[in-house]
Every structure is written in structure tokens, then in C-alpha cells.
Design a protein. Sequence first.
Length: 411
Amino acid sequence: MKRVVTSLPFILLVAVVVGILVGLVATEQVMLVIVTVKYILNQLIMFCVPLIIIGFIAPSITKLGSNVSRVLGFAILISYVSSIGAAFFSTASGYAIIPQLSIVTDPAGLRDLPDVPFQLDIPQIMSVMSALVFSIIIGLASVWTKAKAIPQILDEFQRIVLAVVTKVIIPVLPVFIACTFCGLAYEGAITQQLPVFIVVVLIVILGHYIWLAVLYGIAGAYSGKNPLQVIRHYGPAYLTAIGTMSSAATLAVALQCAGKAKPLRKDMVSFGIPLFANIHLCGSVLTEVFFVMTISKMLYGAMPSVTTMILFCLLLGIFAIGAPGVPGGTVMASLGLITGVIGFDATGTALVLTIFALQDSFGTACNVTGDGALSLIMTGYVERHGIQAEEAPETRELFNVEDERVPLQNA
């Protein structure tokens, strides 16, 4: 019970409820304080976005690149393809489903929030796209030149950024989100839109199941093995992921479940399951894309254009591979895409963070279960090419057991 009460989704749920209740009774003087706090916290969060991008994308490239092999390269490739495949599936579903939902976009009758009386501007050290390009270039160049000092510096910087995320960003999120929902309740918008959130979460969970069926179907066709003999063992891992909301806490169970699946080669289980727990986030990506499209329609009256969503999906797959090992790490790492590519303001960003966190356990369960499908594809790949057992990358004690990501284990 204590674990549930202290979990981030529960804390954010409490923040949402408190924010709504305060917003329903708040006076204009109270809202002056709340909009000021929200503005300052948004400036702080947005300042950290380029740091998060550099701190996790660049080191991830150097770590994976320093262990380049046919098997590892193929594993990274199918993880990325699965993530962007889930993103494009979610995009297509969004364009088909969201217009059918009863989303009120007419702001008529809503109260206006008071203007921010005090503004503390905190400019970013660089733009989001500059941070992404810098991360990719510095990571690849470090691999090409076999640099030793730069990867160590980037690894140390990653630890610093992770500390900033866990000790600064995560603690202020509940306050930021409470202020956002307080503003929505004060305006009167929350009573119109709250039912839509519930429907969207249910649609996303159904989307997880559909994507898992697609993944396992492809895995079975590629490997020539029965995928049902793999997924039938994944029930305990799925339920564990829902209950713990953590890939770290689920890893041992996931390894046991995959180990019972006869179609999976044992070395691919010991290699693939810990690796995919770090780089394969199909459920999280699918969720974020659908939520972004829904909130765009809800707040701004229209969904992003097709070209915008294509760019967003392709970049989101990269961000997912290097996402930080904290609850909601995928959406946290991709805040720059949400603001820079999609164009969300503070309210839209807060809504994405909130809804994502509240269903994060189901996204984690989809990620973990999908790892079995990719391990089946890996089994088919090594058998087709006659590749013997490969060793996994060495263990790196970067994230603790409470993190969403887990250290890579030795095969």
C-alpha cells in the first residue's frame, strides 16, 4: 500500500484532484498566485529539456556504438522500427477516431485566467532541435573516432542530468500539474473535457493489445515459430508490470516467462530481454502519440498536420531509445518535441504529462510483453544467419531498482 501511495501516478492523481477542487472555488486573487507559480515552473522545466536531450541521447549512442555487433545492431533496428511502427499506428488511429469523440473546442462561456503579474524568464541554453542534432553528432563522432574521454564525460553528464530530473523536475511536477488543472477548473473547461480523458485512456489500452498482436504476428511469420507459445507465458510479467509500474521490478519475472517459451533461444532471452527493457518502448510511444493528438484537438481546436506527425513519430523513436530511467521517462525526454515540433504551450504539456503518468503502468506492461515478440524475431535472425551466442553489453549501474529502466545484464 505504501508503494502505491508514494508512486508518481498516485501523487499526480492527487495533484489533479486538489487542483480541480481549488480551481472550482478560487478567487481571482488566488489565481494570480497560481498562474505565476505555473509560469515559473514551466520556465524551469523547459530550461531543462535541452539538458535532458543531450544527457540521454548522446551517451546512449556512445554506449550502444561501443558494442557494435550484428546482433546488437539488429536488436536496435527492430526496437526502433517497432517504436515508430506503434507511433504511426497510433497516428492513423488518431486521425480516424479522435474526430468522432465529443471534444468541445469552443471556448465560449469560459472565464479568462488573469495575466501573470510576475514573469521570471529562464531561456534555454539552446533550441530543442539544436540539442538533438548536437547529441547525435557528438555521439556518432565519439564512436567513429573511438574516443575514450568524451564517452566518460557524457556518461558523467548523464548522471548529473538524471539527478536533476529525479530531484528537481519530478518533485515540482505535481505542483505544476495541480496549477494547470486549477486553471482549467477555474475557466470551466475541465467539466467539459474530463470524460474525454477516460475514454482516451481506454482507447489507448485497446491500442496496446492490437499492437502486441501485430508484433507477435510479425515475429511468428519471420521466425517460422508459433508466437502463441511465447505470449502464453507472459501473463505473470504483464500483471507484474501493471502492479509495479516498473520494468526493473518486472525484469526477473519477464526473464522467467521468456525462459519458459520453447521457441525462444536461451541466449537470445538472456541477451534480448534486459536489452529491450532499456530501448524498446512501443507501448509508451503509442500512448504519447495518441494523447498528443487528442490534447491538440481539445486545446487548440485541430490535430497536428500529417507532415508534422510524421516528423514527430520519426524523432520520437530516437528519443525513446535514449529516454531517462524514471517514471514517464519517454514523455519527459520528448518534451522538446512536444513543444518544438507539435507546438504545445504549458497547459498542453502539463496535460500530456498527467494523462501519460496515470496510465503509465499499462504502457510499461505493453513494453515488457512486446519484448517477447522482439526476442522471437532475434531468435529467427540468429538461426537464419547461423550466429552463435553473443554477449550482452556489460552491466552499467546507472539506474537504481526503482527506475523505469534497468541495467543491462551479462548474458
